[in-house]
Design a protein around this ligand. Sequence first.
Ligand code: ATP
Length: 211
Amino acid sequence: MDLEQQKIPQATAKRLPLYYRFIKNLSMSGKQRVSSAELSEAVKVDSATIRRDFSYFGALGKKGYGYNVNYLLSFFRKTLDQDEVIKVALIGVGNLGTAFLNYNFMKNNNTKIVAAFDIDENKVGTDIGGVPVYHLDRLEELLESDIKVAILTVPATFAQSIADRLASKGIQGILNFTPARITIPEHIRIHHIDLAVELQTLVYFLKHYSN
Ligand code: ATP
């Protein structure tokens, strides 16, 4: 099932992996159905939002019954293409990049970092978490056509030029962990995750909005 065809709002689409993980656990523990209240408690999304989200999936909960876990599971599998392993490249094997290489994304979803790139000769040629580290000079040569996603964990000043190179090789999505605001052709999807800003925002909210 294609999210574009289904016209699922982007905010809903972003919650899909969260729902999927929880539903998978429920199914593994043998549960057949789940109420929106239970889901809400587990994934920390209010139940009205859950009901609205699930109506986009064609999953209409019944009062006193809830949602059918198997139906939801097969919907999420199809929608998130979980049968196919999505190959990912990582650029910048510093502290954060190394942590990602050691962290096994495969545990929670079917994405796998298959190649890493850096310019530091001490890192090039090593293997971290089972992922080979190549010199950035070899990016164009080694970026296989089936690598559609890249994670950027380089110093901010290099982010734009590397993103340009990734774009020219047909990358479809970039997860940008640098604070740099990257300009990229519109057909490429870019998600910015600035951990320092996230932490600062959390602290701000704690200071100003906690009870
Ligand atoms: P982090 O921000 O991940 O904690 P760090 O503090 O260990 O990283 P940074 O200086 O941010 O180090 O660099 C991150 C990684 O990016 C390093 O391994 C560095 O060698 C690498 N790097 C620096 N410049 C480039 C570049 N132009 N292309 C690819 N990798 C680069």
